[in-house]
Design a binder for this molecule. Sequence first.
Ligand code: RAT
Ligand code: ZN
Length: 460
Amino acid sequence: MKNNGVVNGVAAKPTAMELQTLRCEVEEIVRSTPVIDIHTHLFAPEFGDMNLFGIDELLTYHYLVAEMFRAARISPDRFWRMSKAEQAELVWQSLFVEKLPISEAARGVVTVLSALGIDSSRTNLSEIRDFFKTQNVGGHIDRILELANVGAIVMTNDPFDTAEMEVWEGKPDIDSRFHASLRMDRLLNNWRQTAERLEGAGFGVDIHMSGDTTAEIRRYLDMCIEQMKPLYMAVSLPDDFQYPTGDVRNRLINEIIFPTAREHKLPFTLMVGVRRGVNPALRSAGDGVGRADVAAVERMCMENPDISFLATFLSRENQHELCVAARKFSNLMPFGCWWFLNNPSIVAEITTERLELLGSTFIPQHSDARVLEQLIYKWQHSKRVIADCLYSSYEQLVFAGRMATRHEIQRDVRKMFSGNFHEWVGLPAGISDDASGFDYENGEDVSSYPIPSDPVADLQ
Ligand code: RAT
Ligand code: ZN
């Protein structure tokens, strides 16, 4: 295209071939750009049994358990009395054998198995189990990260979980691809029990937040931060969350979370709109969604301009408002298509909306993986959609009169898949590389990171 698409002041019409080339380029760049997965429930291998992988874990993922209850007529009571192996067999039978696995979570298992060379239509569950049994943990993690093209992972670390804290107290030498985040749910959503727990552990804490309570909780968190070196603090919040109010959660946020965020330069991540235990009998599969008030987050951003916030909302209805809020507050970073939104149709809608309102200044996705191999499908599926949305943006730009160069596309994609987060959390050199290896100052690729040839493409 001549003159960058503009001839005599009029945008030149691109040829079909030019658009096809652009499309291929965008798809290839999105596929081959490594991501920092900014929110997962995965654990580094040093956490032993908490590091979940393998077919039985994949099949008993709570997204699939919820779908199984619709497909198989079994009572929750009976299901929860089964062993994990029996539960996995029931999920396999009801969602993969008796039906085609067309839901997003079920298709995800098919994607994972295909990536590992297993044809799920011809292989029975015991053969699949044999495959996973023969994998060596270290090599398996490397292979999965390479297939998913994930360079770094942020775990969800609960400072109020006894088993997890025992691991941290042993000062493990954590696999450098895994980073911590400090999850505040038990503090902010379960204050009474957490206060009692801290009191039991010898901290001067009382449920009325009197005396030294604030200082004592801060002392505990400072110790955890010293141990875990988290990249951010995070909380999931209900759909009726409000700020500011005088309730205990608001007090804890103002008196503990914000001062801690300031002192340690930690962003605060808000995941808003979950309705926990809508159907408690389904346990972890029983949570639901509700439309939340984005203005509560706006007020937090407004009152705390020196704190960086990451935010994701669970309700589809909140997505547009979140984009508008981010336009008003540059200390707010929208991220991810969370949980019930992580379906191609909704990812497409949200990503397009964000590109239109925010350009490349957001983080399009996180995996929320709980089982290692889920990284493959969550990223492969999302990246396809994100590539489509990005291509549409660049195509419209061409029609407006500007062709994007390969370098410019790479710059955008790298920012969205790692650079924006990297900057947000101030990931210091040395903790981990920016997986993209991109030098934002000079616009050069200075990566020494081993970027797999084209792992996702190989799967398609
Ligand atoms: O997506 C999920 O797996 C949910 O169960 C939640 O864990 C959610 O992502 C959260 O972090 O609260
Ligand atoms: Zn999560």
